[in-house]
Design a protein around this ligand. Structure first.
Ligand code: FE2
Ligand code: FE2
Length: 138
């Protein structure tokens, strides 16, 4: 069992937004978190952790930008609040490598934070703009 083991829940149909491109990106993000959970908190892999977290942050930024463009183009009224949620994760991830290097954050911290953030954000927030898009097409 790896040191970063938390009860990992992968992507499942209950998290589907109905937007296939966005769903693929969400699945990929869950996959990256699963990859992180397989690492071990040991010196041999220590330098790899900040690198992987930075890679996850880059991918998340691309995903967030794509969502924000969709929200802007569709006139989603809660766009700014949604962007604030995205910025919260982006900021947390940006601060992680230095916290990790200083020994104030662990691999388990980033895995559990990412896991719960992604799941909560998809269920409570991404579904809102997806519903907004559907209402425009109705
Ligand atoms: Fe999303
Ligand atoms: Fe989002």
């Amino acid at each position: 069992m790896s040191d970063a083991s938390v009860k990992l829940q992968g992507w499942d149909e209950s998290l589907a937004t109905g937007n296939s491109r966005i769903d693929e990106q969400h699945q990929f993000l869950f996959g990256l978190v699963a990859e992180m959970s397989l690492l071990r908190e040991e010196p041999r892999e220590h330098s790899y952790v900040p690198l992987l977290v930075t890679t996850v942050a880059s991918y998340a930024a691309v995903h967030f930008q794509e969502e924000e463009e969709i929200m802007e183009q569709s006139g989603f009224p809660l766009r700014e609040a949604h962007q604030v949620e995205h910025q919260a994760l982006t900021g947390w991830l940006a601060g992680f490598p230095s916290e990790y290097e200083a020994g104030r954050a662990s691999l388990k911290d980033v895995v559990s934070h990412m896991q719960s953030w992604i799941e909560t954000h998809i269920r409570q927030s991404d579904t809102l703009w997806v519903e907004h898009l559907k209402s425009l097409k109705a």
